[in-house]
Design a protein around this ligand. Structure first.
Ligand code: GUN
Length: 293
C-alpha cells in the first residue's frame, strides 16, 4: 500500500505557484489578488478563511477578507458582490459557504462574475467543465485530480465509483473522472442514498472516491484488492488516545481499507491540503488573464 501524501503534494504545488507569482512580479506584472467574503461567525468558516489567507501569504498572493455580520441582508451581500465584480484590482473571489439561513446561496453564487469565480461554483463554470471547455474547477474535485495525476495513477478505462452526489464534490468529480482527458477516461458510477447493493458496486471499483459525509462508512469488505481509495470525508470524533481528546477521521475505515488498497489518502493529510492549493491555482489562472500594469 502506498500513502498518497496530500500534504507533500500540496507543498510542492505551493512552491511552483510561489515561483510563478515571483516571476510575474519580477516582470512588473500585477500579482494575483484573491478576496473572500465571510458572513457571520461560523467557526469552521472562520478557520477555512484564515487558512486560505495564510496560504495566499505563503505563495505571495495578495488577499482581502470582507467580514460581514450575520445580520447582513441578501441585498447588501449582493451589492458587495457587484462591487468586487467591478474592482479591477481583484482577480478572483469567493463567498464562504454556508451563508446564514435568510440568504439564498444560489442567488449569491449566480451574481459572482464567472470570470472571477475561482470556487468554480457558478453555473457557467460548471457548464464549461461538463462540456470540457476551459473553466475554473471546484477546489476539492480539482485537488483529487491533481493527487491522481501527481501520484502517477492510471485512470483510463478504470471503473471509478463515487460515493456521494453533492454539488461541490461527488457530482463534479464524477464528471472530471469520465471526461476525455488524463486523468479521466474512467467508467464512472455515482452512488447515493437510493443505490441498491452499494457494497457490490463498491467491490467493483478500481478507484473508489468516498465523499458521503459519514464517518468510516467504507469498510475493508467493500473494497477490491489493489483499489485506489480517495477519502474526502473529515470528521472530528472523541478519542481517548489523543491529548486534545479528539481525532480526525474520514469516510473510510483506514486501518481495514489500507490493508487492501494499492493507494490510499490519509485523513488528515490527504485530500484536505489540496483544496486550498486548487483555489490558489485558480487565482493564479485568473491573474494571468489580467492586462499588464
Ligand atoms: N465551504 C466549504 N467548502 C467551501 C468552498 O470550497 N468554497 C466556499 N466558498 N465555501 C466553502
Amino acid at each position: 500500500m502506498k500513502l498518497i501524501d496530500g500534504k507533500q503534494i500540496a507543498a510542492d504545488i505551493k512552491e511552483e505557484i510561489k515561483a510563478e507569482v515571483a516571476a510575474m512580479i519580477d516582470n512588473d506584472l500585477p500579482g494575483p489578488h484573491l478576496a473572500a467574503i465571510l458572513v457571520g461567525e461560523d467557526l469552521a468558516s472562520q478557520t477555512y478563511v484564515r487558512n486560505k489567507e495564510k496560504a495566499c501569504a505563503q505563495v505571495g498572493i495578495l488577499s482581502s477578507i470582507y467580514r460581514l455580520s450575520a445580520k447582513t441582508s441578501e441585498s447588501e451581500l449582493l451589492e458587495l458582490v457587484d462591487f468586487i465584480n467591478k474592482d479591477d484590482e481583484i482577480d478572483g473571489f469567493i463567498v464562504q459557504l454556508p451563508l446564514p439561513d435568510h440568504i439564498n446561496p444560489d442567488r449569491v453564487i449566480q451574481r459572482i462574475s464567472p470570470e472571477k469565480d475561482v470556487d468554480g461554483f457558478h453555473p457557467l463554470n460548471i457548464g464549461k467543465m461538463v462540456t470540457g471547455l476551459p473553466a475554473y474547477l471546484p477546489a476539492t474535485p480539482f485537488g483529487i485530480m491533481q493527487l491522481l495525476e501527481r501520484s502517477g495513477i492510471e485512470t483510463e478505462g478504470k471503473n471509478c465509483v463515487v460515493l456521494g452526489r453533492s454539488n461541490i464534490v461527488g457530482t463534479p468529480v464524477s464528471i472530471l473522472m469520465s471526461r476525455k482527458a488524463n486523468p479521466g477516461n474512467a467508467t464512472v458510477t455515482i452512488c447515493h442514498s437510493k443505490t441498491k447493493d452499494l457494497k457490490a458496486v463498491c467491490q467493483n471499483a478500481d478507484i473508489l472516491i468516498a465523499a458521503i459525509g459519514r464517518p468510516e462508512f467504507v469498510t475493508g469488505d467493500m473494497v477490491k484488492k489493489d483499489a485506489v481509495v480517495i477519502d474526502v470525508g473529515i470528521h472530528r470524533v472523541k478519542s481517548d488516545k489523543t491529548k486534545s481528546g479528539y481525532k480526525l477521521i474520514g469516510d473510510v475505515k483506514f486501518d481495514e481499507v489500507s490493508k487492501k488498497a494499492s493507494f490510499i489518502t490519509p485523513v488528515p493529510g490527504g485530500v484536505g491540503p489540496m483544496t486550498i492549493v486548487s483555489l490558489l491555482l485558480n487565482t493564479l489562472k485568473a491573474a494571468k488573464k489580467k492586462a499588464p500594469k
